[in-house]
Design a binder for this molecule. Structure first.
Ligand SMILES: Nc1nc2c(ncn2[C@@H]2O[C@H](COP(=O)(O)OP(=O)(O)OP(=O)(O)O)[C@@H](O)[C@H]2O)c(=O)[nH]1
Ligand SMILES: [Mg+2]
Length: 262
């Protein structure tokens, strides 16, 4: 009984409002009406644009590379400014949103960064595809000490990253970070760059032959007919050095801050 009463009262109220609104519209000069409609339309358009714009300015940085390169140590350095000695092979992606440790003492509003450390274990690589589409940048960590025995595997993984659909379509910048430069036996970044380029050049040749029959990857790298170089990539591919052990991570932090504006 009460419910029905309430319903009829609500209906009557709504009808009243409709009548009032109609009268108001009739009383208002058309020019004012058009102006009102234009304002509403413009506001909606603005909101849509803001939403679109926000989505493109992601604050996610993905750390990737072979197992043992030092991703987890670098993650801790970025977050806590310490290496948390004794990390083990990660079995789960390590994620966090924080203000970089070196910036915690800075004044003013600083935009937090979302860092994802995707383990290098081959069974967990599929996780990378989950995170790449939201990445503002990708850091490919290379072990500069144990580089030569892993050169082939690292190049294959890097090739996968550079030809992945989201990196190609969104032109995601990639930083190849040669880690462990605290050791005297570490190779220089120039040496590592050249070796990776050589190895990718070989891979590219073999993949193009394969893909004619079995098109698994629609994207190719570099300029056909020329030896491969990272400078041929459409996205920005840069190379830097770091030591997760001693906390020399300035180049890594610069890469991040250039992409995730404070
Ligand atoms: N000397 C030296 N050793 C390092 C450095 N960074 C990492 N290591 C060592 O390398 C090993 C691997 O480091 P992690 O950070 O666990 O490597 P990861 O890339 O996270 O490996 P996964 O989780 O298996 O993918 C550890 O024993 C570290 O102590 C570095 O800058 N210098
Ligand atoms: Mg790890």
């Amino acid at each position: 009984m009460d419910m029905e009463n309430l319903e009829t009262r609500v209906k009557i109220q709504i009808q009243k409002w409709i009548v009032e609104a109609q009268e108001l519209i009739q009383r208002t000069p058309p020019s004012q009406l058009y102006a009102a409609v234009a304002v509403v339309g413009f506001t909606i358009l603005l909101l849509i644009l803001i939403k679109l714009f926000k989505r493109t300015s992601s604050n996610t940085i993905v750390l990737t590379g072979l197992s043992g390169g030092g991703k987890t140590i670098l993650f801790y350095q970025l977050r806590d400014g310490s290496s948390h000695l004794g990390t083990v092979t990660s079995m789960e992606p390590n994620e966090g949103t924080f203000v970089l440790h070196t910036e915690t003492t800075k004044k003013g509003k600083i935009k937090p960064v979302h860092i994802v450390d995707v383990p290098g274990h081959s069974r967990l690589r599929a996780k990378l595809d989950e995170f790449l589409p939201q990445a503002a940048g990708v850091v490919f960590v290379v072990d500069a000490v144990e580089f030569l025995p892993n050169c082939r595997a690292a190049s294959e993984y890097l090739y996968e990253v550079l030809t992945s659909a989201s990196v190609v379509k969104k032109n995601t910048p990639v930083l190849i970070l040669c880690n462990k430069v605290d050791k005297v036996t570490a190779h220089t970044k120039e040496f590592i760059r050249k070796q990776l380029e050589k190895e990718i050049d070989k891979l590219r040749a073999s993949r193009t032959v394969v893909s004619e029959a079995d098109v698994t990857n629609e994207f190719t790298l570099g300029t056909p007919g020329e030896a491969f170089a990272f400078s041929q990539c459409h996205n920005k591919v840069s190379i830097g050095e770091a030591s997760g052990l001693t906390g020399e991570i300035t180049q890594l932090e610069e890469f991040i801050r250039n992409l995730v504006k404070a």
